[in-house]
Every structure is written in structure tokens, then in C-alpha cells.
Ligand binder design. Structure first.
Ligand SMILES: Nc1ncnc2c1ncn2[C@@H]1O[C@H](COP(=O)(O)OP(=O)(O)OP(=O)(O)O)[C@@H](O)[C@H]1O
Length: 706
């Protein structure tokens, strides 16, 4: 019984037992997969906290040698992290956690509540028990070599700068910050705690909504006893007004229409308000933006107001986002929350707009909160007088879509930016996905006692259960007809349809959008080759409308909050598992239902292995009648030749970067020519010799050069 209710605690107990009886602790750690942290491997709802306060001394090799490679550091870091874990586990589990594991072993709600009481009185819940009903929290001790000691290196290759995965064309934008994909140079419900909180709130907190939070102490809050309707399960029981937020922020929150918090907001707010560095993971569309903006605004509120005579006032909060749309969206969310904070300003700096305009705007309307994409931010750091100085006032750094920003494509930019920021700051990293390798990088940018907070319990799916996921395997020559059929069927099913169709590259996106427009579907296209003004307009239109299909590259994969998307289709293998999850996350937001279809060629089905833990089923195979086939063929014939040529070249570049496909060049070319035929081109388009050389595909039989 107890083990069913408290798997993590029991794992902790097991850890102590086995640790103290094993001659090889590190082997034991490996068995427990401590690289992934020792959480239950099955879904459960509970709050978990591990403290890693190991006072390890991590020899700052980089401090001795100056600039060095991050890759080199990863190996060093991984040794260090496992050392910390070993030590921290040994010490912590054999003290605090061991006893609490035993105490909680009864699984009794009353017992849990008693435990809470003993830790701070009935109202005084420790953050450890707070973190949201299904969140878990780890405090990560860092070595003596903290954030500030780290020397960022230049050895990471990030030549590839195209989020759309097209690698052969030169983007005409001055800023490619969102255009990288890092692929290559191309191209039991644990009601114990929750109930205890509710009960205690009822007993102790008295009136609903009264805040008992103090950032100084360990008191967190009282939970009101509203029931959670199922359709709003993304919301927690907590309300914003139960937290010590400034009255103007609370007014802003209310005006934005938010009353109850989402789980990630509830879990992170008290920790961030305490000034801790936080790495937070929560599913897509669950309100992470507000989760980092609100406490960041509170930091600004507590600082002295801007000196009006200062022409270059400090930026206090710097939010970095991987795409322009996302930066715009975060700034818009900040503006909503700042509605009543007349003295706090927010501005956005993104590529695709004139640098001079942004410079002027920042001068005439100084802001304390700046939202930026990495490339443009660096541009300002290098070319805007006094800008670097303004950044010396940064108190809070936020990396939205942190794993993306710390991934190869952006890492170098982020390293350079972070190196210019004050070491005394709070760092917040948020994402729906945090792969292990990236998680280790995150710690480097954060302080010693940072916390990892996840509302996605280990062993549970990273995607939403209310989104049905299917896959369809079909040869390329059938895919466009199938795609058309799927769309037609979906439109017939739902007049309020709103579809996002992801393609592998910008040029393939363009081609598919052209094709679907030829088929008289109501499509819009979105990718990095479109001017920013167009992108902004289409994003707005798609946000506000229904009955539309957005054909897009990965510029729309992360973060963008289009409400009520009914279907997400992904054609071709996604860049990685994370990208699949983020793309799918454009539907099923805020607890809504949605559908996802992944359309792959037979030779792409290796990808299914990387998402085997997600609940994908076989999609119903659409029936392609001769009329549909003919219609699609006719439409294909109308698509401009140059668009097909560009799509072919981009396709080749993208798949060259997918290891499973690109490593066998002759197969790659066979598949590319299959793609060419699927576009109606029996004779594959010729590619410039220089481009072929750049792709490492010169002299490969089956390719035509010009
Ligand atoms: N407390 C709240 N109550 C109701 N709606 C909320 C609340 N907080 C945020 N939202 C809304 O939820 C939606 C999703 O939020 P947001 O875009 O921040 O999600 P996210 O977790 O960052 O998603 P992604 O992982 O895709 O970036 C937005 O429309 C936002 O306005």
C-alpha cells in the first residue's frame, strides 16, 4: 500500500539501503539511472524535492585555461554532477529523506499532515510540499565553480543557422536567431500531500484566498478548496491572490482573465519569489510564460524606479526566446501583466526589423524588461551604444525554451550573451522538454542551489493525454494525396477547423503551401524566408481566425500560442523527439482536446523508436479515390517549377543532416529522387555544383549538377 502511494520516497529508502550495502556505489547509481534522477518510473501525482548540497570542489579547469570547449566541459561536468549526486544522496538520504520516507511510509493523509504541521505549523507548509499537485522539485547544489566561473568556449560548431532546416539558401535576413536547428552544417494520485494541504487550508487558513505566504520564511500558502473541473485540469487549486504579489500585478493578472494558477505557476512562483534559480519543465500550453514573467515583474517592482534623466537606464529582466514570434508573444504577455504598472516598460528586439528603429524605440521608451532573440540581442550588444552597459543591470535572466537555446544551434550566442551579464542575477530556464544532456548545461548557467521543478512526473508522458496521436506510414508518391484527403476529411468533420501542418524545411513548406492553395484549401504559409511583417500579420490572423491551415516550418514549433488548434500534422521525420513534442504541443493547449498525425515514409519509421513511450497509434489509412489522385496531380502540375527545385534541394540538405538517412549517400539520393517524383518531376532538378560540394554530395550518382 505504502509503496503504491509513495514510490519515490520508497525509492529513496531503497537507495539508502542499497547504497550502504553496495561496495560500488557508482554502479548502483547507474542501475538507478541517476543520470535521469531517481524518480518513480510510473505516473504518480506527488511533489518531490531532493536537495543537492554537496560541497564538492569542482576543479575549474576552464578558469585555469581560459576559453575552452563546452564539449570538453560536458565530460568534466558529467563527472562532477555524478559526484555531487553520489555525495548528496549519501548524506541527504541517510538523514532527512530517510526519516521522512519512513514517516511517510504509512501512506496516511493524516500522517502527512502531521508531518507538515511539525515542520512549520498547520499553515506553514514548506515549499517541499507545495510545488503543485504533480510537480517534483530538486534543489541542485553546484560546485564551488558556480555560474560565474565558467568560461564559455568557442569550439562548438554552430555554422548551421536555419530553423527551417534549409541549408542551401542564404537567408536575406540580418538576423538568423530563430533559424537554426542544430542538425548539421546544412540544412495513485498522491492525494496525501494534496489532501493534507486542502485540509490544512480549511482548518488553518480560514477564509478562502487569504495569503499566508512569506518569502522570508518557509511558509508557502494556503490552498483554497475549489474543486477542479476536469476540463480545466491544467489549472491548479491555487489562486494568484494567495501569493504575495504586488497589488498592481494582481490587478494585471485579473485583467488578463487569470484567477487560478496553472500547475507550473503554482509550483514555481514561491521558489522564484525567494530568489532561487529555477529550471522548470512543464507540458506545452500550460502557462510557463506567466510563470516566469510574473515573478520577474515582482523583482522590478521592488527595485527603485527608473531615473527619468538617465538616457540609458538598466535593463532588469532579460528574456531570451528562440523565435521572433515567441519573443513577440512573451512581450505581449508581459504587457498584459504590466497593465497597471505604469512605470514598468517592456520592449522586444528581434531580427527582421531595422536595428536603428529598435535603438530609437529603446531610447525614447526606456524599458526594464527586454525580450529578445539571441542574434538580434548580440547585434545590439555589439552595435548599440551603451546597450552593454544597460545589460549590466540585469537581475533576472530568462531562457524560454531553454533546451533549444542551449542546443548546438544557439549555444554559442547564448554563451556570449551570458558572459556579458552580471554574475549576481537570478536565472530562470523553462521548457516543455529538457533532455538530460541539456539539463547538465543548464546547471552551468545557474547558481549553486538552483532547483529543478517539473510538473511532468518521470514515467508519465510528456504529451497531453487529451491529444490523440497517430502515425501513418506511406510512400512519398502517395503522401500528397493522403495529406489532401486527411485535410478534407478534417474540414468536413469540424467547421471550426484550425490546422497546423509542419514541414521539414522552409522551401518544402513553401512548396506544400503552394500545392494546397492550388487545391483550393484556405492556407497560410509561415517560415523564415518570409519577411517579418508578413510573419507577424499571418501569426495574428491565425491566432484570431478559424477555418485556416497554417503550413509552417519549425519557426512555429515552439511556444507559439495559437488558440484552439484542432489538428497538427507533421510531414516527414521531425528533427528530434523534442521537436515532435513541441510541434504536437500547438494543439491541446489549456486542457483542450486535439489531434496529431505524423506522416512518414517507410524508411523514416526509425523515428517511431524515439517516441515509443508516447501513446501513438496507427492512423486510419485514408482512401485515395482516382478523382482525388487526379486532382492532386493536376495541382502539382500547377506549382511553379522553381519552387519544386528549391524544395528538392532543401529536402536533400535536411535529410543529409538526419543521421539515419544521410549517412548512406546513395540511399539518400534514391529517397530524394523519390521525393522529386512525388512532386511530379521524373527528372530530378539539377543543383549547383558548389552547393553539392557544400553538402558533401558531389559525385554521388543520381544527382544532377549545374
Ligand atoms: N493561470 C492561467 N489561467 C488561464 N490561462 C492561463 C493562465 N496562465 C497562462 N494562461 C494562458 O495559457 C496559454 C498557454 O500559455 P503559454 O503559452 O505560456 O504556455 P507554455 O507552457 O509556455 O507553452 P509552450 O510549452 O508551448 O511554450 C496562454 O494563452 C496563456 O494566456
Amino acid at each position: 500500500m505504502a509503496s503504491q502511494l509513495l514510490p519515490i520516497r520508497n525509492l529513496g529508502t531503497a537507495a539508502i539501503f542499497r547504497a550502504s550495502h553496495s561496495s560500488s556505489f557508482s554502479r548502483f547509481l547507474a542501475q538507478l539511472k541517476l543520470k535521469n534522477f531517481p524518480f518513480s518510473s510510473r505516473p504518480c501525482r506527488l511533489v518531490h524535492r531532493r536537495e543537492y548540497t554537496g560541497g564538492q570542489t569542482f576543479s575549474p579547469r576552464s578558469a585555469r585555461s581560459g576559453s575552452k570547449s563546452l564539449i570538453e566541459d560536458e565530460a568534466e561536468l558529467s563527472d562532477w554532477v555524478s559526484d555531487i549526486r553520489k555525495d548528496a544522496f549519501h548524506r541527504k538520504l541517510s538523514s532527512e529523506d530517510e526519516s521522512s520516507a519512513r514517516d511517510r511510509g504509512t501512506g496516511s493523509k493524516v500522517r502527512d499532515r502531521d508531518l507538515l504541521k511539525s515542520k512549520g505549523g498547520e499553515r506553514n507548509f514548506r515549499p517541499a510540499v507545495h510545488g503543485g499537485p504533480s510537480s517534483r522539485r530538486i534543489r541542485l547544489g553546484q560546485s564551488k565553480r558556480g555560474r560565474g566561473d565558467y568560461q564559455f568556449g568557442d569550439d562548438v560548431d554552430d555554422d548551421y543557422t536555419d530553423d527551417d532546416n534549409d541549408n542551401n539558401d542564404v537567408d536575406d535576413d540580418d538576423d538568423d536567431e530563430e533559424d537554426s536547428d542544430g542538425q548539421s552544417d546544412f540544412g495513485s494520485d498522491f492525494f496525501g500531500d494534496k489532501e493534507a494541504l486542502k485540509d490544512s487550508a480549511a482548518e488553518g487558513a480560514g477564509e478562502k484566498g487569504s495569503s499566508v505566504f512569506s518569502t522570508d520564511g518557509d511558509i508557502v500558502k494556503a490552498i483554497s478548496q475549489t474543486s477542479t473541473p476536469r476540463s480545466e485540469s491544467y489549472l491548479s487549486l491555487a489562486r494568484f491572490d494567495q501569493f504575495p504579489l504586488s497589488p498592481l500585478s494582481l490587478k494585471g493578472v485579473k485583467a488578463a482573465g487569470y484567477e487560478r494558477m496553472t500547475e507550473v505557476q503554482e509550483a514555481t512562483l514561491p521558489v522564484i519569489l525567494k530568489g532561487k534559480d529555477v529550471l522548470a519543465k512543464a507540458r506545452t500550453g500550460t502557462g510557463k510564460t506567466v510563470a516566469f514573467l510574473l515573478p520577474a515583474i515582482e523583482v522590478v517592482v521592488k527595485l527603485p524606479p527608473l531615473d527619468r534623466d538617465n538616457k540609458r537606464p538598466p535593463v532588469h529582466v532579460l528574456v531570451i526566446c528562440p523565435t521572433r514570434e515567441l519573443a513577440d508573444q512573451a512581450a505581449a504577455e508581459a504587457s498584459k501583466l504590466l497593465k497597471y504598472h505604469a512605470s514598468i516598460g517592456v520592449q522586444v528586439v528581434i531580427g527582421g526589423t531595422r536595428l536603428a528603429l529598435e535603438q530609437k524605440r529603446m531610447q525614447t521608451n526606456p524599458c526594464q524588461i527586454l525580450v529578445a532573440t539571441p542574434g538580434r540581442l548580440r547585434d545590439h550588444m555589439e552595435n548599440t551604444p551603451g546597450f552593454a552597459n544597460r545589460l549590466s543591470g540585469v537581475k533576472v535572466l530568462v531562457l524560454d525554451e531553454a533546451d533549444r537555446l542551449l542546443d548546438m544551434g544557439f549555444r554559442k550566442d547564448i554563451e556570449k550573451i551570458v558572459a556579458e551579464l552580471p554574475k549576481q542575477r537570478q536565472t530562470l530556464l523553462f521548457s516543455a522538454t529538457v533532455p538530460d544532456q541539456v539539463r547538465q548545461m543548464c546547471y552551468i548557467a545557474m547558481k549553486r542551489d538552483s532547483e529543478f521543478i517539473s510538473t511532468v512526473v518521470e514515467g508519465s508522458e510528456e504529451t497531453h493525454s487529451q491529444v490523440s496521436q497517430t502515425h501513418l506510414i506511406a510512400p512519398l508518391d502517395k503522401q500528397f494525396s493522403m495529406l489532401y484527403r486527411i485535410l478534407i476529411d478534417h474540414i468536413a468533420e469540424d467547421v471550426d477547423y484550425k490546422v497546423i501542418l509542419f514541414c521539414t524545411t522552409a522551401m518544402v513548406t513553401k512548396f506544400v503551401a503552394d500545392l494546397l492553395a492550388e487545391l483550393s484549401l484556405n492556407v497560410r504559409e509561415m517560415h523564415s524566408r518570409k519577411p517579418q511583417s508578413y510573419r507577424t500579420r499571418v501569426a495574428k490572423e491565425f491566432k484570431e481566425s478559424k477555418g485556416l491551415i497554417l503550413v509552417t516550418s519549425d519557426v512555429s514549433a515552439r511556444g507559439v500560442d495559437y488558440p484552439d488548434v484542432t489538428l497538427v500534422i507533421q510531414v516527414g521525420v521531425p528533427a528530434d523527439r523534442e521537436q515532435y513534442i513541441h510541434r504536437l504541443g500547438r494543439t491541446g493547449r489549456k486542457g483542450k482536446e486535439g489531434k496529431g498525425i505524423l506522416l512518414l515514409a517507410p524508411w523514416e519509421n526509425f523515428f517511431l523508436q524515439s517516441i515509443r513511450d508516447l501513446p501513438l497509434t496507427n492512423a486510419e489509412v485514408p482512401i485515395i479515390d482516382p478523382d482525388t489522385r487526379k486532382k492532386v496531380e493536376r495541382a502539382l502540375a500547377h506549382v511553379e517549377m522553381k519552387n519544386k527545385e528549391s524544395a528538392y534541394q532543401a529536402w536533400l540538405g535536411y535529410y543529409k543532416s538526419i543521421a539515419n538517412i544521410g549517412r548512406d549517400k546513395s540511399k539518400l539520393v534514391l529517397f530524394a529522387n523519390e521525393f522529386s517524383r512525388s512532386m511530379g518531376l521524373d527528372n530530378p532538378p539539377a543543383i549547383a555544383m558548389l552547393t553539392l560540394r557544400k553538402m558533401g554530395l558531389n559525385n554521388v550518382p543520381g544527382l544532377r549538377s549545374k
